[in-house]
Design a protein around this ligand. Structure first.
Ligand code: SAM
Length: 352
């Protein structure tokens, strides 16, 4: 049997058993250009069987671009002197939620740098107030690494979900992307804590980050296979001009879409976003992600005046279909590929 037919069988094996070995993932990744069409078609079919053509929407509120970390890839890194820093007030954030609610959002994602200026108490009060004002909505936090007791306080305040990408599962590679004070073990421990506490947890990785190899991607797929997150967010690395990786090439959209398909086949119930980075790399990047198995989009609900300051990478999209207030543009683009948005919290559910 030639390698391509072996690999095609592995795609079917993944779809049926939701499990492959690291070596089997390697065969898929080494041959991905020949497998893309089959993987996309099967992942799309499985997504539609499970979720129909409805796409969940999350209102993304970028609450602060102040960060104590210095990740080599990120435009918000503390050593970037050109980043115009801001921190939203609780009133700003509540106003974003109110606007989002009117637009039909039933999940609010509060994401930000690791900004010590937001106390745990303030974040907990904020979460509790959002839940009080919008009891039919879910609140997702994505504010980085905290202690287990802080995560517990967020959960007790009413937060439903937490997003924390592991970025890369390989320890050495992690060290090539982050300064020494950041530890891959702590990041993974945070994910474990979040899950044990009871959050719906999202993780994910950068595709095409500097020094990444096929082995690293296999390790990412294995980590996710073992961890079984409720949400899986991946996106291509895109350079930011004011970071040490400013001259590095961006990740590949075809490969990212292929990985979305593999993740869908391995995790049929997972919530998988078509990420902003995919939409930034190509005009139809968001649609391609959906057709490859994504079922969530996260339009930007931040105050428009600050959107250009949350620049994780060059040319990050924040207008058009990426802007919450242009939901009709998003809707039209989804309709063009046969999909539509749904007004729903869009919680993780095991198959019925
Ligand atoms: N501070 C929180 C954390 O660390 O999880 C949330 C904010 S962080 C900026 C959100 C995500 O942006 C990261 O998990 C990372 O994967 C992504 N990101 C940062 N820089 C990027 C880049 N240059 N290209 C693509 N994605 C990037």
């Amino acid at each position: 049997m030639n390698m391509i037919s072996t690999a095609t069988k592995l795609i079917i094996k993944l779809a049926e058993g939701h499990h492959l070995t690291q070596e089997e993932f390697r065969i898929l990744l080494e041959n991905y250009k020949d497998l893309q069409n089959d993987a996309t078609a099967l992942a799309r079919q499985k997504t539609v069987e499970r979720f129909g053509k409805g796409i969940y929407i999350r209102g993304l509120i970028e609450i602060s671009n102040i960060c104590k970390n210095d990740c080599y890839y990120c435009g918000l890194r503390r050593s970037n002197p050109h980043c115009r820093r801001y921190r939203l007030t609780s009133e700003d954030i509540l106003a974003c939620c109110q606007k989002g609610y009117t637009l039909g959002f039933r999940t609010f994602v509060l994401q930000g740098g690791e900004d010590g200026g937001f106390s745990t108490e303030e974040l907990c009060d904020l979460v509790a107030t959002i839940k009080q004002q919008h009891p039919d909505c879910a609140v997702t936090l994505s504010v980085g690494e905290r202690s287990r007791s802080v995560y517990q306080q967020f959960y007790d305040a009413g937060a439903d979900r937490y997003l924390l990408r592991h970025e890369t599962a390989d320890e050495q590679h992690y060290r090539q992307l982050h300064p020494e004070n950041l530890s891959p073990k702590i990041r993974k421990q945070c994910l474990k804590d979040l899950k044990e506490i009871g959050f719906q947890v999202g993780t994910g990785f950068l595709v095409g980050s500097p020094y990444q190899t096929i082995d690293h991607l296999c390790a990412d797929l294995m980590f996710i296979q073992d961890f079984k997150p409720h949400m899986i967010g991946i996106g291509p690395f895109i350079p930011h001009k004011d970071t040490p990786f400013g001259q590095m090439p961006a990740g590949d959209l075809d490969l990212t879409c292929f990985l979305v398909s593999l993740l869908r086949l391995g995790h049929p119930n997972a919530l998988i976003p078509a990420t902003t980075a995919m939409g930034t790399l190509a005009i139809n990047g968001r649609e391609r992600a959906i057709l490859a198995g994504a079922n969530v989009v996260m339009p930007n609900l931040s105050p428009p005046v600050h959107r250009k300051d949350y620049t994780l990478y060059n040319n990050k999209l924040s207008d058009g279909a990426e802007a919450a207030e242009s939901k009709d543009v998003l809707e039209a683009r989804l309709h063009a590929i046969g999909y539509h948005t749904v007004i729903d919290r869009g919680d993780f559910q095991s198959a019925s």
